[in-house]
Ligand binder design. Structure first.
Ligand code: DOR
Length: 448
């Protein structure tokens, strides 16, 4: 545990008497980084807002940020919280705790719950459950009823409840006609983005990337073209309808090239990449370890290089974890029978630091752009990813970019443990997280 100069508020006696004084917290001695650049400064947080940024600030309580970066809280556009229906894998409570520990102050919860988030009642229920979460949880709405790809879900009604991201994630909207209808409809919903899980199901029938390793291992494959065909098609539909399409977890060099070309022509498309897709290759599957099974699958070295290049040149707009908890029973099976997906919330930052910053692909500030203010803007979250200045909502994280640590899956806050990173040495860790002014993570521990 890192040492901290943590001082309890002098106003505790007032709290005892029920007179709640506004407590101020000073985040001391960090490098403050946001969209406007970086400067050495203290940050004072009071009544849920940033009250002051400057030097030698005073407050009721102090949080040490020496050697650390103070950033707008991270934002994860792609997590599976599994509630309702699959609480044996994760709940909003456990998933939001994992998020807060990972430095996230906001997450978008994917709709492949049971029942799916495809109507206003489920959306309201998830929002209600998220009231006490350790980060802001914004449910995404399904594009189609039951995520079956056939009939549009009541997107307008979900939009009225604040939903901005619509996706059938876990499943691709296979029909071009249905996808076009969704885009035409979404055009009337301000800020709405239709996010595609791009995998043509008639091609993506196997369990790992189709290539040399799938042949050697005798595991049926999911070819790169399964993804690229849908990415290309949906770029055409985005151009034709003018409605923004966001591509979830881009994984192939071809997809990156298609998105790059579409953007160059002004087509309203955006894309994300998951840390596992810039960290691992299909060779990881050589041990038949189902912890490496994920959809879309881990690809080749060249694909990894293309994803990194896409992140570096702005073709890929955001990093999103695709945090996909699964209970041990459904992961400890043969590679072909195991569920696809791996945990990501507590390791995303470290993988970004190791694979992108330390590898010289980008600076830490550029990584934070991809993990905080870019996804916040794309998702329309005004309270997140903001410039750290007086008056903004205090959604912040304090990161130690140099801390080396070893991941023990048993210590994760997630209810599930399906990460292939157990025992792996990682570099860079979130140290404190502030959610609307509340210190929800202090020195790597959740405070509630
Ligand atoms: O690997 C994956 N797992 N890919 C998906 O698209 C869905 C996710 C899940 O829900 O487990």
């Amino acid at each position: 545990k890192m040492g901290s100069r943590y001082v309890w508020p002098s106003s505790t006696c007032y709290l005892d008497r029920g007179l709640q004084l506004p407590e101020s917290v000073v985040i001391r001695g960090g490098l403050v980084v946001d969209i406007n650049g970086e400067r050495k400064a203290d940050v004072r947080v009071e009544a849920g807002k940033v009250a002051e940024v400057g030097t030698k600030l005073r407050g009721d309580r102090e949080i040490d940020a020496s050697g650390c970066v103070v950033s707008p809280g991270l934002v994860d556009m792609h997590v599976h919280l599994r509630e309702p229906g699959m609480e044996e894998a994760e709940t909003i409570e456990t998933g939001s705790r994992a998020a807060a520990l990972g430095g996230f102050t906001a997450v978008i919860a994917m709709p492949n719950t049971e029942p799916p988030q495809d109507d206003p009642i489920i959306i309201s229920a998830v929002k209600a459950r998220a009231q006490t979460a350790l980060c802001d949880v914004y449910p995404a709405g399904a594009i189609t009823k039951q995520r079956e790809g056939l009939e549009l879900a009541p997107m307008g009604e979900m939009h009225s409840l604040g939903v901005r991201i619509f996706t059938d994630d876990g499943a691709c909207v296979a029909s071009a006609g249905v996808m076009r209808s969704a885009l035409q409809y979404a055009r009337s919903l301000p800020g709405a983005i239709v996010a595609q899980h791009a995998e043509d199901e008639t091609l993506a029938t196997g369990h790992m990337h189709e290539g040399e390793w799938s042949s050697r291992l005798g595991i049926p494959g999911r070819p790169a073209e399964a993804e690229e065909i849908i990415v290309a098609r949906d770029c055409i539909l985005a151009a034709q309808t003018g409605t923004p399409v966001h591509f979830l977890h881009l994984s192939t060099a071809g997809s990156v090239a298609i998105v790059r070309a579409a953007k160059a022509q002004g087509v309203p498309v955006t894309a994300e990449a998951a840390p596992h897709h810039f960290t691992f290759t299909d060779e990881s599957c050589a041990t038949f370890d189902p912890l490496f099974k994920v959809n879309p699958p881990l690809r080749t070295k060249d694909d990894v290089a293309a994803v990194k290049a896409g992140l570096a040149d702005g073709t890929i707009d955001v990093i999103a974890s695709d945090h996909a908890p699964h209970p041990t029973e459904t992961k400890e099976r043969t590679f072909e029978e195991a569920s696809p997906g791996m945990l990501g919330l507590e390791t995303a930052l470290a993988l970004g630091i190791s694979e992108l910053v330390d590898a010289g692909v980008m600076t830490l500030t550029e990584l934070l752009a991809l993990m905080s203010w870019s996804p916040a803007r794309l998702s329309g979250l005004a309270d997140h990813g903001a410039t750290i200045e007086k008056g903004v909502t205090a959604n912040l994280c304090v990161i130690d970019p140099n801390l080396e640590w070893v991941l023990d899956p048993a210590n994760l806050a997630s209810r599930a443990q399906n990460t292939p990173m157990g025992g792996r040495k990682l570099k860079g860790k979130n140290r404190h997280t502030i959610l609307r002014g509340e210190v929800v993570v202090l020195d790597g521990q959740a405070t509630r």
